[in-house]
Design a protein. Sequence first.
Length: 242
Amino acid sequence: MKQTEALRRLLAGPSAKAVLALVLLLGLTFSLPFWMRSTSEDRQHMRQLTTVPALLEDQLLPLPVMPREEQDALRRMFRPPSTEEVRRKPRRDYAQVVWEADIRQLISPWVSNADEAQEIAYWTYYYCRRFHLSIELVLALMSVESNFDHFAVSNVGARGLMQVMPFWKEKLGSPKDNLFVIETNIRYGCAVLRHYLDRYHSRIKALQAYNGSLGSPRYSSKVLRRMKQFRAIESNKQEKSE
């Protein structure tokens, strides 16, 4: 009986936990010397790469278990304006004209093309009004995420002005949507930001979730500091549920 039990243990091999512990130990052993010799740029790059699992865990994996009402709300927000809406663009009132001119001036150091600047200004104002967001907050987020480069691609695959992850359109939007199109990117980015504001009722946590860095104040602090550059005065009047 003892021989049979010993043979069973031998055939069973090491447990999954033991194997995992061994893999982690080996990984630490090989990466520690590199980390000690690396520059600050290398370390920042490694931190960015290690945010990928956290980003996917926080944003992609919960989608199947996200409350149905949240999924439906995001699907509605991801939809583009109707053909009729686009065709009969509402007459721009004085406030919109002033805001668009202000946005064009504010982003001019990064966007030299007048038509591109006007398109960014128009859709930023449009979707901030639609989703009850602070214009200064959205501009600060764009500045931090892409420096207003609507063709920007991050090392984790985020795209466009607001660095939107493609899985949003694949899971809850339209897979055919092009995130390098200014209107599309701002629509998705503002919708995701609104979603997180509604979920966390906190601007700081919403920004951290948007960036996939919940619990770390670095990103949210950077965006909030950048808001000052975009004259963030009484911006919370345009926001709700923060």
